[in-house]
Design a protein around this ligand. Sequence first.
Ligand SMILES: [Zn+2]
Length: 1778
Amino acid sequence: MKERIVRRIANFPPTFVPRRNNHGHHHDDDISNESVLDRVCLHGGQITFATIRFPPSSAITTTIDDDTYVGAGTEGVDVNAGSATGGGGEVPTIDKLNDINDDNDLLLSRNGGRVIFARGPWIESHPLIRKNGEHDAQQHNHVYKILAFGQGGGVGSSKLECVRGMIFPSSFSSSSSVAASIIAYGGRRISFLFGGGLWNNHQRSGSVEQKRTDYKDDFGCIPIRYNELHKDMRCCPYLEVSDWVHDISMLPIIPIIACSQRACSSSSSIGQGTTAVANGRRTLEDEETESDTSCFLLAMGMANNSCEIWGFRQRLHLNPSGNNDMMILHPTRLQCITCDVRCMTYSLSFYGWDCGDVNSVWRVHTDGDDKSESRMSDAIPTLIAASGTVFGDVVVWSAMYDLSNTHVTSNDYLPSIIKDWLLANAVATNNTDTVHPRNGTLRIRVSPMNCLKGHLGSVLAVKFSSCGNFIASTSDDRTVRLWGKMPMKDIETMHVVSDVETNDTTSCKTRSSEKSALSSLHEWSLIWTGWGHSARVLDVSFAACPSSSHQEYGTYPILVSAGEDCTARIWSPMMSDKEITQPLRGHRCGSIWSVDVCQGIVITGGNDGCVKLYELKSRIKSDERDDVGLYDVPPDPPSIKKAGTALAPKADEQLSKTEESTNREESNTPKKTKKKAKPQADHVQSICGMEFYGSTGKVHSKLLIATKAGGLFSLDLASSVWKDYSCWSKHVVASSDYETSISINQKTGSCIGVHPSGKSAVIGTTEGWLVVSSICGSTSSYGATTSCNQNIAFQAPSYRPVQAVSFIDDNSLLVFYARGSVIWFNFDQSPTPIYILTLGTTGIPLSFAYDCRDKAMYIGDSRGSVAYFDLNKRNPVLDMEHRLVRVDELKPESLLATVHGKEHVTGITILKSTGVIISVGNDGCMHQFRRDASTGQLQKLISIAVPNASGLRHIWNVPHPDGGERVIIGGFYGNDFVMLDSIHGYEFLRVDTGGRQRRQDLFFRFSNSTASIRYPNIFGMAILAGWKHGSNSIEFHSSHSFLSTLANLDTRGDADSSYSSYSIGSPLHADINDICWIGDILLTGSNDCTVTLSKFDGTNFVSIADLPPHESCVRGVCSSRHQGTCLDLLVTCGGKLSMEFYLLDTSSSSSYHQMTGNNVSFLCSYRTLAKASIDHRMNTVRATPLFPREKQCHLVVGGDSDGNLHVCLISQCALPRRTVVGTILHGNGRPVLCLELLRFSGKILAIVGTTGGEVTIWVFPGSIDISNAGVGDKEVHVVLPTSPIFSYCAHQTGVNDISAAIVDSPSPDGTSVVVCTVGDDQSLSTCVLRFPDSSQDPDTPLMPISQLLLITESASASALKAVQLVVDSSAFNRIYTTGHDRQLTLWQLNISLDEISVKCVSSSPLGTDGSCIDYVCRVQDDGSIHEMIAVGGEGVEVQSFNRNILHAACKLHEANYLLITTGAGFSSDSGLQTYECAPSEYRDMCNPSKLIDDPDRFQQFWLDFTKSYLATKPHIGYELLDQWCEGGRLRHLHRSNCDRDGSSNGCSVPWWVYSSNVDGHFRLFGSFSKSVCEIHGSALEFRCACGIGYANGEPRLGNLWDQWNQKALLSTDSCKSTTVEVKLDLLCDVNRSTTTLLCRHCLQPMRPNVLMFHDTDENVLGSIDIQRERYQTWEGLVEDEVVQRGANLVILEMGCGVNVPAVRQESEEVILDCVKKVSTHENNNAIAGSVCLIRINPKDAAINIDGGTFDSIPIASMAAVALRKINRWLEALSGCET
Ligand SMILES: [Zn+2]
């Protein structure tokens, strides 16, 4: 090691690049505060609120627009009735509106439905997406997002309040003209938002909406204007109130417009004292029209035990420009009601105005007639609050001091408030106290109407039902309670205390004696308590309510609750104490914070950052399908009853238990339960076997049951009819001789098997007999030879007892014997053993799989063994004469003992495609085997512990429609039988069986369609339930439409797949520990044990697959791919030192729509031999391809918590695949936190970071061939390192992340590797290691020859967790860091021979703590390459930028000379027409002869053109270019050099513009006034037209020209240079007069100084030539600078299309000239500079120039957009230099 330089710099606070606009220009486009990185996608943070909104259907729209309907509850209701109902039952509610819609197909009305949820302070609006990816409405696919309580940006997000709830006023109050579509509250804040894609296709009648129709549907915030002082109004994006808001309720008030207009204009209606400020008010009124104005009341329930009522006036603020009219809200605090019960409000719900949605609209008549009494319809509906307390009480109280009884007069307070409110401005400006109030507001204390006691803990959620008759509440005590309104016997006198805090209002005192209108005739009482949640219940929602129309769910309320136990539960309190269906699971971990039900869809939002949707209907129906049919088994035949008195050895206790459960089932399913059989206490019916079968052999429509008493019954499931067969143990004859009667002890019956034909059954006995009994009526399965009442018995002598029987086909019966043998009988009239398979173990054979292609039989036994028998080994010889053929026992070819521990092997299946054998067992594991073709030995491949199932019972190999196979596993988990997709761990069936011990049988049929491949389309499950009195029942579970399914099996599609599940929003999980891009697929591993693959579609992640979850946290994920293949090796690692390997096949999935979980296949697992506990974690893993490529092998290195490295070599080849070779390298004992693999010089460097802050470097061979290695083969000859080659200390604490890369070496004698690390010590450490050149002998050990280390201390304000190094020679080497600072910081890394430097370029906020980082380059549709940086944390956030933009910025930043070439496209960015789309008149008028034809029209046309140029504001690009040049942002422009030779011919500046545009816009900017070459002239200049008739000094020929030239003779010499600069005021003058613009010398019409078609005017040409000459001089000088003095020239070409290619050609010619000169330049001493062409063009950005080397940067974009983005980089880069 030659040198070892360590340098430390401190960098805190990070150099934040100033993003100010230095020149003080105020521009519409606010370019300040823009980050260089675009934030594309954000996921992260818990969901605090979630709901679904559907736009009103047309039915609703028409109804609500109908005045009479809306008015029904207001005008139409008689005064007393309105008062008596109190609860507002007559007010139209959302549910009534839903009535109209309810019979419709739900899906139809869901068009355009959106999912609205709050993720912390953010509100997101997503389209409702069906699981299959189809959007319900194609037009509304946008995702909108807004920071609810701020103006965007998200800076300082820790201070932001989380959104706790929202209401949606727009949805049903279209006539109310409320501009907000969402009112969100959280903390002390309330925000009014519009847009969000909520109802954009719904043409609302409100005038407000019409004015906003051209608004984008993006989210926007309606500002609040406090009229605190009239002259000092301030706007705030949200309303801040005095305490936490728990619920809000809104009441829109619609003034009758004609009247209120009068009222507004009538000064007499304005209350006293308004005249003082009348002037101020009038100016406000001038801005508005009455239609702008609407108002609403907002009630807020606060944590300080009070409800406040605010009035809001909504006013359209008209922008003078007319484009940006803005809605502004003026709030007035009207009333504050405090509940008399002193306790902290913990939760609250309002009833009276609305229930979540605004459903009532209040119309206020303002007749303008002060003398008239206020009518009752002027009274505001009552409002009741139910609040939950910490003491477990729910307090119901009046939330509004209601004055709606008959004594209301015009003098009363509230109506005058309304009147005043209609004149809100008057009130507001009149009485400042009521505006931003702390006093002066009516404050009233009321006693509670009811205090509902019952909960044993804090009440966490309270909800009124929409009808107001029920209250649901949830609590700490894990219960959900329902309270109902009951008639009250005695009307108690309500005690109302009125307390006015200020002394100017006294009228309220008079009210204190009155009873409140809310003293209703009802009281609340507890109706029901729901137990079931295992933790705190956080939220509850009414899914249906009696008064509403959800008739399909009956007439009872249905509740959905959710809580900390991560489940949502559905209850029907009137029907059942218990949940009516299975809990809704699906959230990964933590709590479910929010639950809501809308139009039958349940939506939940959880701590995992996910939003889940469930269809309530199908959930309830699916419960039907899981519903139990309970069938009493008929009693045993009377003839044998006595014989059957042998009691089953079950204890009474056990039986009573089952009875209990059976009784429960019965109570829930009264219809299907037959009348209970009479007790038969002396007899216990013992069932020895049951099996589903079908009479057709195809459909399992029947269940056969055999009892030990000889009974044989079948149950026809379609008709529920039992059928008895003859006793199987009587009339038994021998199969060999039907005359021989055999005596069978019926008590020995042990098992049953039904012949595939469904005509007979075989009963096995413990004495070795197999009895064939007919079950098809009178005809025996053996045909005529058997008499109908005979049973036929056979046995294999010396083999007993029979444990199980199973038919393989019509002629093959497998009989399992307890002594470890299986006999294959040829099943015909005389069953004959043809194979005897003896395992030779101590276990009982339990399961088998037979591969008929190669006659391979696999058998699993009760001791965990799996045996393979080769049935080819013996061809059975049947001796037809002797019947009994001596058959030798076969021994297994291969036996794997105790594979499943010593637990039962319960299921085996064979994958047809690969021949892989999979077994499942009671040990909860799934094992895979392979049979070695040559040796015939079984080889164990992998084992997987199946999560969420402890006892596996079944395995199915289900063919997939795509030709593949799907392995489905069934097993038990607690008392539930579950079915799982083995690859994806997806649970799709769960049936409560009451325990695995109960005898059961089941069958499944799987659909062949892709849509429902995950679901068995039919299943049936029979579970035996015993009765205390001895008889039995069968619980039958089936698909819910089982019977109809049977009837219509052939015609059925999957239309009735009853699991409609929706998926939206964040498919990503929370707490991401590691992240890895694979193309645009993101692999994420989470703390919640899950691994997810998601595809990034440009704006969002779409979930592709969930890999099987780990046992504990997933610590690391990585991928590796051989070049030229489409297979990626995926590796995940975590607790117990586990590593899992998968293959991702991207070959067939060019579009993400096709990408599914099928593209992922499991490869194998890595397990250490040592017993590893959860405490032993694999903290990190990285993989890299190994050479030779064709071997398709990878090196995988994992680092563990013991400081060891686990080195795996894994092959992805077809065969033998799944090879893993593991070796452990022992480190220094410090836990490994991170590592990175880097292929370098034919070897692989492993760079490892530990908790000690130390970085060690290991060298692995780069080429290893393991394709011949066997499983676990340690014999592979691999030379692995025993110690690191190098180490250094990078951090004071642990190294959290490493990123390394090879960089272009500034060193002549070696190659440099850069290693970047970050740590908890807040530092970024960068190490450059120089290695000798790879040309050296490859056998020489790799050793760095020098090291440079730079430690940037305080690189962040908090711990840095992740780092990513990106090497980019075209721009600069970049380092991204992130951590707990919630920032993504970009650093510029410069490496020279003896120094490295790191500078902060930019820092942009993240929505999450950063814990891991990865980047990928994504080719966009326009061909540009975007660098996508994904940061994992609480979710995943992606920030990105266009690399070409960065490259362009870097080139510009280094530029010494800048040539700007622009075409029509550049002008069009300002809104000017390009030539291509100019009116045809332009072509016509762009001809000098038109001046002669029709001078007036010609001039007018051109003056109009000029006028439009002058009137159009140049786009921001001009300003930016001006800043770059004269403004000095491009600081390397050779400003001083230009005057070096004293030349004054235009080379005074290092930039020049070459433009074909005639708009003259460049002239408006100081930078370019003297350095512009307008090759087509400028329309801002008119000149004398005296030269128009000449060409090359000769008069043009033709009559017209002759005449003109005659006139032109009058012109003088000075005419040639006579020009008029056209100004806007000049144009005005011209327009006013009819005279044309004339030359002041010759008085002839002037012409624009624009080069036209066929233009030969030497005056024009001359003026252009002057510019051109100056330009060419400049250009020549620049070329010399480039060639001889090493200057850098950048040509920035913008908007030059291919149609008029003059400018494009000029750019290319300059490039070629320079390149040519550089290449032929002989002065080798001079360092030639560089040339670079940046072509910005939205359509034709491609650069195809042959010859020489130069930098070409195409940017497919509009010029203004691209320049802005480039400018951001330039600001960042120049900030970096200072
Ligand atoms: Zn003239």
